[in-house]
Design a protein around this ligand. Sequence first.
Ligand SMILES: [Fe+2]
Length: 327
Amino acid sequence: MNDSKLDEVFRPFAKRLHANHMSRLGIANTMRLAHSYNRLKFGRQDDWRRALYQTQLSTLLEENGGLSRPPIEIKDGWALDASMSLPHLDRVLEDSEKIIAERSGERRSSKGAYRSYFQDVWTPEDLQKYPSFLDFATSSDVLSVVSHYLQSIPALSTTLPSGIRFVESNAAFDDQPDKPRDSQLYHIDYYSLPNVYVLVLLRDTTVEHGPWTFLPRGVSQKARVALNYWGRQRGYRVIDEEVYSVVDRKEVIEFCYPRGTVLFIESSGCFHYGSRNSIKPRFQLMIGYTGACRTDFTEAILPPKAYPVRDTDSRLRKMVLNKNMLE
Ligand SMILES: [Fe+2]
């Protein structure tokens, strides 16, 4: 049976297992099952990417333009870079202003109230129209950080989270601004182990902008065990009171920094929330990377996003933009 046939047969089960944030079997159990299923489909890709990471990473980075600055290292699940020196960041910020001027300030989709405090204004056409974003996302300086953390060659996520999101968080869109819910509540992402985000502040961000807020990995994992989080009887979202019953509030880190600051973070290891009461609109780029073998069923359920690949792209860039690639 080929992979698409396998998905076709399995899709109804996958949907049921995935519904309501994996509530049927619990998140940890569903992730284990999804990982086994995805090993059947993507085991070869996963092994290949891990082997290339072990044996050829420096060559791949070199072919892709090489490193331009001292390496950034993720520690305790996160790394912050406020140096403004990552390649193509200046172009990303410049293009972002065009997108903000064109699209921000009004609700662009009327699709229900789901996440009414948050909208992704990125469109697939932007991949070609504003190449700075993919140039940044596939630069050697960024990819070396993510590769070391994954111990593999990463791919841009093709399902959830979207590989590239250009997010406006705005309390003015929110139909219930005083009621934190959904991703405004603490959770740890289940998509992939690990799932790494590269977050870029596209405007100066303060507490009034509803910043991305997280707990470092070590503290998060202790809390996860203490709360039996990801266990079968547990919901995906956790209210503050519960988290702070096992974590000192002093551990909280808010991503409040000037425009152009970059956060590398393992969202599958760190408790996090964001976009709470953004009384000033917050603009943030969110780039999502995973390995080849994920821990959710979204690839069996959702149509995959495709990223443009050119013949002239480096091998590394091709691998990041094409998750299914295999040599
Ligand atoms: Fe999340």
